[in-house]
Design a protein around this ligand. Structure first.
Ligand code: NAP
Length: 248
């Protein structure tokens, strides 16, 4: 029996990077997959095809996670198509890095809206579904910099720290109905997001990581499987770091 057999997962921001790997790993464990991205493009179509080839249901949706009405519409559309949502992964996220003295109000607002408000939007919309089902697992993608801070990322760190407070509050609100809410705090994971960092910065980071390597999207997806599955049935309100020991 696969770990996510018969479950339906919705993953935001999933046509590349960590979200895509989570979608593929969940499907390999038997889950039907709904996923969203800003656009329904060739990446989304090929992800759908890859999952359908496993004999599972997959559907991509163009949906801006930072839109409140868009979040509600997405949950309704997934319910119409799949009939249930067992797992929500709030993965969509962006960076607009700069030192505070150079950070614009627009870059502050955008990062908070995409990384933090999106999690409110989707979680609020899915809670009705999960409360009715009397089961569900919500996984929020935080970051080690949400725990430790990082110079040049005050907007991003604040959004990821806010998400931890949100996760712990929702775990308390929904726990009595068997709906769990946890966060993952990845460290330095190789995706398009980190590809834009200068090579010397990456090398310096790796020196500080006890396991002496960057992480792969797969490392994060493996923890997401655990949190999505019944293996973590007694785990809620927690933040699990996937960072090679970078944050202790
Ligand atoms: P990525 O490669 O840049 O992918 C981000 C994904 O989010 C893309 O599919 C993007 O869609 C989507 N997205 C962006 N804004 C969106 C919006 N408003 N609505 C819906 N989708 C949106 O990033 P990643 O490295 O995989 O990161 C995934 C998550 O992990 C993020 O929350 C990030 O903050 C977090 N994280 C990453 C690292 C790391 O080292 N990589 C470390 C800690 C935490 P488009 O293709 O349409 O742009």
């Amino acid at each position: 029996m696969k770990l996510l057999e018969g479950k339906t997962a919705l993953i935001t921001g999933a046509s590349r990077g960590i979200g895509k790997e989570i979608a593929l790993k969940f499907a390999a464990q038997g889950a039907n997959i709904a996923f969203s991205d800003l656009a329904y493009d060739d990446n989304a179509k090929s992800l759908e095809a890859e999952i359908e080839a496993l004999g599972l249901k997959a559907k991509g949706y163009a949906s801006d996670a930072s839109s409140f009405d868009g979040g509600e519409a997405l949950i309704n559309a997934v319910m119409d198509e799949f009939g249930r949502i067992d797992i929500l992964v709030n993965n969509a996220g962006i960076t607009r890095d700069n030192l505070l003295m150079r950070m614009t109000e627009a870059d502050w607002d955008l990062v908070i809206k995409v990384n933090l408000k999106s999690v409110f939007n989707l979680t609020k919309a899915v809670q009705k579904v999960m409360l009715k089902q009397r089961s569900g697992s919500i996984i929020n993608m935080s970051s080690v910099v949400g725990v430790n801070g990082n110079a040049g990322q005050s907007n991003y760190s604040a959004s990821k720290a806010g998400l931890i407070g949100f996760t712990k509050s929702i775990a308390q609100e929904l726990g009595s109905r068997n709906v769990r809410c946890n966060a993952i705090a990845p460290g330095f994971i190789e995706t398009d997001m980190t590809a834009k960092l200068p090579e010397d910065v990456k090398k310096e980071w790796i020196k500080t990581i006890p396991l002496r390597r960057s992480g792969q999207a797969e490392d994060v997806a493996n923890i997401a499987i655990f949190l999505a599955s019944d293996l973590s049935g007694y785990v809620t309100g927690q933040v699990i770091s996937v960072c090679g020991g970078m944050s202790m």
